[in-house]
Design a protein around this ligand. Structure first.
Ligand code: PNS
Length: 233
């Protein structure tokens, strides 16, 4: 049985991903779509939500299975009897990074990588762009499956709504108690060029505590061998 893995973050799955999965399903006996569990990366959707969306949008393909993994992809392959990875290549810009990973995976465990050229309809498409456009109210219909579109709208609406779900964005818990306008402002502050459009006093308040000059140093810089204006490490 020829089994291939299609790994990724899928936050969320796009029509570009789906195109690669569907074409791979026509070539291999089984395609395992493996969602990377990456606790260090902030994601819009939880792994469970991403898996659920993938299951729904691939339900029509009998030989596509959705799974999740953490750690090395080659270990996932070894544990699941998989000898090849399938990746979509959108443009030359993808190639350098993808080739390094492919060669490293081969060197580590003789896992092969098959590159499939992306459908030109989706060559500009990536999940992070979809999220950014949707976040600013742009139209992403046709770029993601309809069920993903609906989930995206709901999730982004939740983020901007005052109340506990604001925490999902990685905002401080206080955001839930702020007005919608303040929460929106905080969202901007957190996601984009922080501080630069704020007054100096507000900038100082928003700056993380670690980056603030230490009170002691400001009081007596010479006592610590630090010149004026130097901050504590
Ligand atoms: O959708 P993404 O985030 O571009 O997918 C990247 C992914 C999951 C394919 C890649 O980061 C990966 O394989 N991660 C697993 C960890 C691993 O095996 N790293 C070594 C790669 S040589």
């Amino acid at each position: 049985m020829q089994r291939v893995v299609c790994p990724g973050s899928f936050d969320p799955v796009t029509n570009g991903h789906l195109d690669i999965i569907a074409r791979a399903a026509g070539l291999y006996d089984e395609v395992v779509v493996a969602v990377l569990i990456n606790v260090t990366k902030h994601s819009l959707f939880t792994v469970d939500e991403r898996v659920e969306m993938l299951r729904e949008v691939t339900a029509r393909y009998g030989n596509v299975k959705i799974d999740r993994f953490h750690g090395l992809l080659v270990d996932f392959c070894a544990n699941n009897g998989i000898s090849a990875v399938i990746k979509g290549l959108r443009a030359v810009s993808d190639f350098e990074y993808e080739m390094q990973m492919a060669q490293m995976n081969y060197r580590m465990a003789k896992v092969e990588t098959m590159f499939m050229t992306t459908n030109p309809l989706y060559s500009f498409l990536r999940s992070s762009l979809v999220k950014e456009i949707a976040r600013y109210g742009g139209d992403v219909s046709g770029l993601v499956p309809d069920i993903v579109l609906a989930r995206l709208r709901d999730r982004l609406a939740e983020e901007l709504r005052p109340g506990p779900p604001a925490v999902k964005l990685g905002l401080p818990r206080t955001a839930g108690r702020l007005s919608a306008r303040s929460a929106k402002l905080l969202t901007r502050v957190h996601c984009h060029a922080p501080y630069t459009h704020q007054s100096p006093a507000r900038r100082a308040r928003l700056r993380p505590a670690r980056a603030r000059p230490s009170g002691r140093l400001r009081a007596d810089p010479a006592a610590h061998g630090a010149g004026p204006g130097r901050h504590a490490p």
